[in-house]
Ligand binder design. Structure first.
Ligand code: AMP
Ligand code: GLY
Length: 426
């Protein structure tokens, strides 16, 4: 098969790394890709959201399957446009992608379809939102910009002034542009988060193992939220009983809702859950693989990923399942100093080969924000690399992953030392 991956981050590098292991793969392309992906696929000079350019190219090159990594092209309707042209795509069309593209829509549908999630109210007017806060404020509260905001549109406010500031930034300052035309004010939930993903053809579901992200920049889950500073899989908080209830209360009602609404969803559904005792709530749905969850999940997959993605994209999973290794995996994100705020770029990166060697094939370094400058690999983003290791138990996987991280050097390299701390405590 001739396969095109759309995107160019750590998640897409992980997908590429896995897809090239498939005997069914004939040729792999990635748009735009990154220097790590260039080691396994041919990178194309298209932005991930250049829907028309990509479609023309895919038709011309007779691409059999397009796998969309990030949410933005899905929300823009890449999958609809490709399907209209007769191209097969892994990823939902615009209607299904609304689940991630609009927090308001997602919250309304969860309520309508009986899916457990936090109480909320929606506002289009700053003064009304503010007076709602003032009237109902009784502790921490969550403020969400309606549209896509690169993972930065959510503020978990511990006090009233912080909540008002978030409202002001979103609705008046328009920090996230159009995404700030509406806000969701949501009850703040506490507990432990877990990410649960399932591949779907719109009718059936293939569940992936659980994983847990670490959103905050600092150890002990302190500081502002990032795109994710590390992940591990499986997450022991997600017991068999919780899995059963999640399938029954979080995934099947969603799929039924989609079907009743005439939405044909082919791709991956990601449920971000908050678990507290036996209470289960959905914080958000995403319509793509998590990043860095994919970097921890995909290396655990024993079976071939390509037939699974192809069957889902074709609208018939044909009873396919996936097999997983028992070994836990941990991904640690190496970031640029200053991220998620401003940071410098262009620092040379050393030690990736050393990190991958001596690891008995149990370490993989996935590129996220890297580029080539004057023939040298340098930093280009906030999240620079994702280093993943797997081993027979979590302790050993952690020793392995941090051993590998310590070998990688660039100026200002920052990473959390406490990835998987919750699992260790259990
Ligand atoms: P979202 O983009 O909706 O996933 O939100 C990003 C992050 O904000 C989540 O992973 C949680 O850490 C946090 N968050 C979102 N909603 C809530 C909530 N209702 N209560 C507590 N934390 C939340
Ligand atoms: N790691 C969180 C996300 O992909 O949204």
């Amino acid at each position: 098969m001739r396969v095109l991956i759309v995107g160019g981050g750590g998640r897409e590098h992980t997908l590429a790394w896995k897809l090239v292991q498939s005997p069914f793969l004939e040729r792999l392309y990635c748009a735009p890709g990154n220097p790590g992906i260039a080691g396994v696929a041919e990178c194309l000079d298209f932005a991930a959201d250049d829907v028309d350019g990509l479609k023309k190219w895919a038709l011309q090159e007779k691409i059999d399957l397009t796998v969309v990594g990030p949410e933005a092209p899905l929300v823009l309707g890449l999958a609809d446009s490709f399907r209209e042209a007769g191209l097969k795509v892994f990823g939902p069309g615009r209607a299904g992608a609304r689940l991630e593209g609009s927090k308001v829509w997602a919250k309304q549908k969860m309520k309508e379809w009986g899916i457990p999630s936090a109480a909320f109210a929606v506002f289009e007017n700053f003064e009304e939102a503010r007076s709602h806060l003032a009237r109902f404020y009784g502790g921490p509260v969550v403020i969400k910009a309606d549209g896509l905001a690169a993972g930065k549109g959510v503020t978990v406010a511990s006090g009233l002034s912080e909540a008002e500031q978030a409202l002001y930034d979103i609705m008046i300052e328009k920090k996230f542009g159009e995404a700030g035309n509406r806000v969701v004010i949501e009850q703040c939930l506490s507990g432990e988060e877990v990410s649960v993903l399932a591949v779907t053809d719109g009718k059936s579901l293939v569940f992936l193992p659980s994983s847990q992200d670490h959103k905050a920049i600092y150890e002990g889950d302190k500081g502002p939220n990032t795109g994710g500073m590390g992940a591990y899989s499986p997450a022991p908080v997600y017991t068999g009983e919780l899995a059963r209830r999640t399938e029954e209360q979080v995934f099947w009602p969603l799929l039924k809702g989609f079907n009743d609404a005439g939405i044909d969803f082919r791709g991956v559904i990601y449920a971000g859950l908050m678990i507290s005792g036996d209470k289960l709530n959905v914080l958000e749905y995403n319509v793509r693989f998590g990043d860095p969850e994919a970097q921890a999940l995909i290396p655990r997959m024993k079976s071939d990923l390509l037939p699974l993605l192809d069957a889902a994209a074709g609208g018939d999973l044909k009873g396919l399942d996936a097999e997983w290794r028992e070994d836990p995996a941990v991904c640690v994100v190496l970031a640029s100093r200053g991220y998620p705020g401003s940071y410098e770029k262009g620092f040379p990166i050393d030690g990736i080969d050393e990190a991958e060697q001596e690891a008995e094939g149990r370490v993989a370094v996935f590129h996220a924000g890297t580029t080539i400058k004057d023939g040298r690999l340098v930093t280009k983003g906030g999240r620079v690399l994702g280093v993943t290791a797997w081993d027979e138990n979590l302790r050993r996987a952690l020793d392995r992953v941090y051993g590998a991280c310590d070998k990688i050097k660039f100026e200002g390299a920052y990473y959390r030392r406490d990835i998987a701390h919750r699992a260790l405590k259990r």
